[in-house]
Design a protein around this ligand. Structure first.
Ligand code: HEM
Length: 156
């Protein structure tokens, strides 16, 4: 009898599929899409759009676009399995708390997502990774909404 999984009851040795950067198995999304260079590029394209958006731009630090790009790119890189640079410098993300100073309504959520999706569209990303990212962005952007005029009443 040959020594295969069925005869021995032992699991077969794994034969991970090989990806461009080594075995595909166990690879983080961060590595799969190209590491921090990818996230820097994505966020730069995202901010190019934010800076053209009359509703969003005023929310952002006008004199620190570079810092804002670093924070978002490194947060996203870390979230998707990259090094913990963001937390080392900024501490726990506490994203909802950090967004509390900005009025984020449904419209702002949609703008953020539209710019991020357009930035993603400019880059070559495998469909599976793209889906994982957009899924997270949609959930996170919903969680960031902190203003609903229907509940809060008209501005005084
Ligand atoms: C829903 C609409 C959103 C709006 C209007 C918004 C707006 C902002 C603004 C104005 C800042 C300050 C810029 C800075 O100084 O870094 C900021 C920071 C940040 N945002 Fe958002 N954001 C939104 C959604 C999101 C989402 C979905 C994520 C994550 C996927 C995110 C992640 C971050 C991060 C990591 C920072 C930097 C936090 C820090 O360390 O200070 N934001 N956001």
């Amino acid at each position: 009898m040959n020594e295969n999984a069925q005869s021995t009851g032992q699991p077969r040795p794994m034969q991970p599929r090989m990806g461009e950067h080594g075995p595909a198995l166990g690879q983080t999304l961060f590595e799969a899409v190209g590491g921090i260079d990818f996230f820097n590029d994505l966020v730069h394209r995202f901010y190019n759009r934010v800076w053209e958006d009359e509703v969003m731009r005023p929310m952002y630090p006008q004199d620190d676009r570079e810092g804002a790009e670093w924070r978002l790119a490194n947060f996203l890189g870390q979230y998707f399995g990259g090094p913990s640079e963001y937390s080392q410098r900024r501490g726990h993300p506490r994203l909802r708390m950090r967004h509390a100073p900005f009025r984020i309504d449904q419209d702002a959520r949609e703008r953020w997502l539209r710019h991020m999706t357009a930035a993603l569209d400019e880059l070559e990303v495998a469909p599976l990774h793209r889906a994982e990212m957009t899924d997270y962005f949609e959930r996170a952007a919903t969680a960031m909404i902190n203003y609903n005029p229907a509940f809060q009443g008209p501005e005084s």
